[in-house]
Design a protein around this ligand. Structure first.
Ligand code: 13P
Ligand code: SF4
Length: 329
């Protein structure tokens, strides 16, 4: 039996759900039961009646599934991490709050928001201060909600999403450590970033515009603000997919997000907005072999790479995630 057939058979036998993020390599993406962006995956896994989830993505995404569905056993065929999510933990979060306090902003006047690309301990910290989670597609809605409190917004961990969203909304922003007066800003960003989305540059945009006059540029808001300022379209992974699919087939477009997603769209008119291969490294390590090995191990009672969370952290993280789901529904 070939690998794919063996995976499908074992999956059926065990009643397991295979979930894959858009950034997974094709061989895994093609056999997944559900695919999508990080939030869609967490929602779809929660709504499935399957009790075993094999999650192909990065750690914070698998955690989001576990946060919303504690009754499910969530495994990752290969441990993978988001470099941005690893740039902050609960101690660095406290440190960011302390820096705002040192700048003369009282703790009770801080409204924390965390991008979903953060681990459960950071989401729990945010919940303790009454804050909310956001995604790249809901950041503006959530910032608008937070602004109503009259407080200063602490936005972690992605400085690019924070600054780009503030710019879009006409708000003042800064990045902790950039020397700007925090008290004069609405959105104060932690200095985290996505190492993959930093690969897209203004030079790349100028190159494609010179090469193909009339080409459109679509980028993810994790790109640097200088890149976002020159793009024709800015959106989350799902929004970029929709945008490109709805273009006239003869319209050229260069896309600035992770390679696997763009490569699936690639044809004579769709280009990767980079002279390098912008792959999310550990996300790309999961193979069909990894999926098969894990399924065999689960069958033999030797499962590994299970995502676990202590219940206190999970409940707090859930509170900040639920609040976003409530605000955006
Ligand atoms: P999505 O939330 O759109 O899936 O994006 C996650 C991500 O890591 C983008 O780099
Ligand atoms: Fe994290 Fe960037 Fe990879 Fe997205 S592309 S999972 S933000 S490292």
């Amino acid at each position: 039996m070939d690998k794919k057939a063996e995976i499908l058979k074992l999956k059926e036998e065990l009643g397991a759900l295979l979930a894959a993020h858009y950034y997974q390599r094709d061989e895994v993406f093609e056999i997944a039961d559900i695919t999508g962006d990080s939030l869609e995956l967490a929602r779809k896994c929660r709504d499935s009646d399957k009790k075993i989830v094999l999650f192909c993505g990065v750690g914070f995404m698998g955690q989001s599934v576990k946060i919303l569905s504690p009754e499910k056993s969530v495994y990752m065929p290969k441990i993978a991490c988001c470099s941005m999510a690893r740039m902050i933990d609960s101690h660095y979060f406290d440190d960011a709050v302390a820096k705002m306090e040192a700048a003369g902003i009282k703790k009770e006047d801080i409204f924390p928001l965390t991008y979903i690309n953060s681990n459960a301990d950071v989401k729990a910290k945010v919940a303790e201060m009454g804050g909310v989670v956001c995604t790249s597609s809901s950041a503006d809605t959530i910032i608008k909600y937070a602004m109503k409190s009259g407080k200063k917004i602490l936005f972690v961990p992605d400085r690019c999403l924070g600054v780009n969203t503030a710019n879009k909304m006409g708000l003042k922003s800064c990045v902790i450590g950039d020397g700007k007066n925090m008290k004069e800003c609405d959105v104060i960003c932690y200095d985290g970033f996505c190492s993959i989305h930093q690969l897209f540059s203004v030079d790349d945009i100028e190159f494609y515009r010179a090469k193909y006059p009339g080409i459109l540029i679509a980028v993810h808001p994790e790109c640097d603000p200088s890149v976002v300022a020159k793009a024709d379209f800015v959106g989350s992974t799902s929004q970029i997919l929709k945008y490109v699919k709805e273009l006239d087939p003869e319209q050229k477009v260069a896309v600035g997000t992770e390679f696997n997603l763009v490569n699936r769209l690639r044809d004579k008119n769709t280009y990767v907005l980079s002279s390098t291969k912008p792959e999310c490294p550990t996300m790309n390590e999961t193979t069909l072999d990894d999926v098969l090995e894990l399924l065999k191990a689960i069958k033999n009672g030797e499962a590994y790479n299970e995502i676990t969370l202590d219940e206190d952290t999970r409940l707090k993280a859930k509170a900040s995630l639920d609040k976003m789901l409530e605000i955006t529904k």
